[in-house]
Design a protein around this ligand. Structure first.
Ligand code: AMP
Length: 539
């Protein structure tokens, strides 16, 4: 039984509870530095460290329900801080360490964040926006030995002064827990708020879909800035007492295979882009490694093309199981999984307790083979509880009693779901959802740019690439220098993943009569397709 005496606290379940169950000496985290050095943390250590961090936050005056963010690349302190904040019943938000100033400001301001943990090399960005963040009381630096002025503290000093003993308050299922921001095609990013009760669904899908068992060694390659990185890179496996490998380096085929072999990884959760990158490597590379311990590979974030499945069968002699979920659903909803034959190209079937349907724009239930909006019957445990400060956006996601995911799909006669695309203009590049609106807004901040329109175009490796169209003020041309200036601006403001792969110059950006950018028209023209009905286009 996962929930004892009504205690839903995720921080407690992932650490203290594992110790109460006698797993204290088991390795919780096998931390691998980018240079592949190994440092193991037992559940006892993780419990003590996160307890210390909860005490640190309490000493800084953080109260229940206040939002505290981690803004770090993958590193042990990030996990400690996340779990410590949850133990204290603060809301734990995670920020992708690649975010630029604008992306940070939007999120920190919207959440009225009280504090943030980061490192010296990222501090500059926070300092620049801090005057606009009156609620941000403190910043904790993981790599500073001393406290500084203006509420900037040293992690090691705070931790040394704090006790590892922390009694986690009894936390009900509905208490707010994790906060992630997600992009829409209009407006600012939306804060997706989760609840501690989500742990039951994350835990059960970790068992049923990822096939995790207590004695597994598990590796999830997702960044903790995104929902996969928290639901399945922290909560699911640790709520089961499973040993997780966390690697501080980026993608490198040989190193990844070395990790799988050396650490005897038995369950691996990764993404289609990574698998497609591996497909490009010489088959001889794979022959050098013994992946005998690897029992189960799952993928998430973008459509998994059948070629990847066939490649893995041929070269690795393994099956790859596609899984589907999104920030709002908190846990896997539709998946290929052990016991159900994989249909290459399909996302699989809804998991137990999930009712998935396809409905028309009018809200009518569609039969098998008919494409429409992928919707879910609300009520599952890990469903988001709100969009922070945006009740209107939350309400707009429901139609005829169903939660509309924003994806277009169809169901076949065997009950398998097939992903078709997004129903909005949100771009999915290498599993990162990017808002064209945010990029367009940042583009027109560049002095030379008059108007901008941004689309996602198909890409063999990334699934979609970001393509930007700009019109320039009179007298300017899209030179190499200007392209560079635009790219730097976007990387600084948003993130490098939001930086366009291509920038094209147009005389005018097509708009409809109410001034809305016609991305559909831009995309069709770019792809050499028929743009359909353009009667609403501006003359
Ligand atoms: P996010 O909320 O950032 O996790 O992104 C969720 C979105 O990523 C979904 O709504 C889909 O558009 C896409 N996505 C996630 N998993 C899959 C999958 N297995 N196949 C196709 N698209 C996926």
């Amino acid at each position: 039984m996962l929930i004892e005496n009504g205690q839903y606290n995720i921080g407690d379940i992932c650490t203290s509870r594992q110790c109460r169950l006698g797993r204290g000496d088991r390795v919780a985290m096998r931390w691998l530095t980018p240079g592949m050095e190994r440092r193991d943390y037992t559940f006892n250590e993780l419990d003590g460290l996160s307890g210390r961090f909860a005490n640190v936050l309490a000493s800084l005056g953080v109260g229940a329900g206040e939002v505290f963010f981690t803004y770090l690349p993958k590193q042990p302190e990030q996990f400690v801080a996340f779990l410590g904040a949850l133990k204290l019943t603060a809301v734990a938000g995670t920020l992708f360490s690649n975010f630029g100033e604008e992306a940070l400001l939007d999120r920190l301001a919207d959440a009225r964040a009280c504090g943030i943990i980061t490192k010296k090399s990222l501090l500059r960005k926070i300092i620049r926006i801090r005057p606009q963040l009156p609620d941000l009381r403190f910043i904790i630096l993981v790599d500073s030995d001393d406290h500084q002025a203006d509420g900037i503290f040293s992690y090691s000093r705070l931790m040394a002064e704090a006790s590892p003993a922390f009694v986690t308050p009894l936390t009900p299922a509905d208490a707010p827990s994790v906060l992630h921001y997600t992009s829409g095609s209009t407006g600012k990013p939306k804060g997706v708020l989760h609840r501690h009760g989500a742990v039951t669904m994350i835990n059960s899908t970790a068992q049923l879909v990822l096939g995790l068992r207590e004695d597994d060694v598990y590796w999830c390659t997702a960044d903790q800035g995104w929902v996969t990185g928290t639901s399945y890179g922290i909560i699911g496996p640790w709520s089961m007492g499973v040993t997780q490998v966390h690697f501080g380096g980026g993608y490198a085929a040989e190193q990844w295979f070395e990790i799988l072999e050396r650490e005897e990884v038995s369950v691996w959760y990764t993404a289609p882009t990574a698998l497609r990158m591996l497909m490009r490597e010489e088959p001889l590379l794979f022959a050098r490694f013994d992946l005998g311990m690897l029992r189960h590979i799952c993928s998430v974030g973008e459509p998994l093309n059948p070629e990847v499945i066939h490649w893995a069968r041929r070269v690795l002699a393994k099956e790859v199981y596609d899984t589907w979920f999104q920030t709002e659903t908190g846990a896997i909803m539709i998946a290929n999984r052990p016991g159900i034959p994989v249909k290459p190209g399909s996302m699989g079937k809804p998991v137990d307790g999930i009712e998935a349907v396809v409905i028309s724009t009018e809200g009518e239930l569609l039969g098998s083979g008919q494409q429409g909006d992928l919707c879910l019957k609300p009520g599952w445990a890990s469903m988001f509880s709100s969009y922070l400060n945006n009740a209107g956006a939350y309400a707009s996601k429901f139609r005829n009693g169903f939660y509309c995911t924003g994806d277009v799909a169809y169901r076949d006669t065997d009950g398998y779901f097939w992903f078709v695309g997004r129903s909005d203009d949100v771009i999915n590049t290498a599993g990162h959802l990017i808002s064209p609106f945010e990029i367009e807004s940042a583009l027109i901040e560049v002095h030379e740019v008059a108007e901008a329109g941004v689309i996602g175009a198909p890409d063999e490796l990334l699934y979609e690439k970001v393509v930007a169209f700009v019109s320039l003020h009179l007298g300017y041309a899209l030179t190499d220098e200007l392209q560079l200036k635009i790219r730097l601006h976007l990387a600084n403001k948003l993130s490098s993943v939001a930086t366009p792969h291509e920038i094209h110059c147009l005389e005018r950006i097509p708009k409809n009569k109410s001034g809305k950018i016609m991305r559909r028209y831009l995309k069709a023209t770019y792809l050499g397709q028929d743009a359909g009905d353009i009667s609403t286009m501006e003359e």
